[in-house]
Structure formats: structure tokens, C-alpha cells
Design a protein. Structure first.
Length: 64
């Protein structure tokens, strides 16, 4: 019985340090999220693609 317990506890103990370290790391969260919703059954696809390309060219700053 003690050998079975040993074979179960040793792998579990080896997994604990990475888990504790992962909890200490901080994650930087963005202040802004920009969502562009373009769904329609019409002829505006090319205009929507142009709009996205224009937004990509402008880029962003530290605030956005």
C-alpha cells in the first residue's frame, strides 16, 4: 500500500512548484478593446475591407 501511495504522491509533488510560480506572474491587461462588427448580405464588403485597412494604417498609441 505504501508503494502505491509513493507512486501517486511523488508525481503530484513534482507538479506543485510550477503551479505556484504561475500564480505569481502578473498579466498585463489592455485598457481598450476595439471591435468592428461588419456582417451583412450586401455589396459593402469592399468598403468594409478598405475601412479595416485604413484602421491598420493609423495604428495605435499608448492610450489606445
Amino acid at each position: 500500500m505504501s508503494r502505491k501511495l509513493l507512486f501517486i504522491l511523488v508525481p503530484l509533488l513534482l507538479l506543485i512548484p510550477p503551479t505556484v510560480h504561475a500564480l505569481e506572474e502578473t498579466v498585463q491587461v489592455a485598457e481598450w478593446t476595439i471591435l468592428v462588427y461588419m456582417v451583412a448580405d450586401n455589396n459593402l464588403e469592399s468598403a468594409g475591407i478598405e475601412d479595416v485597412n485604413e484602421m491598420e494604417q493609423v495604428g495605435s498609441t499608448e492610450e489606445v
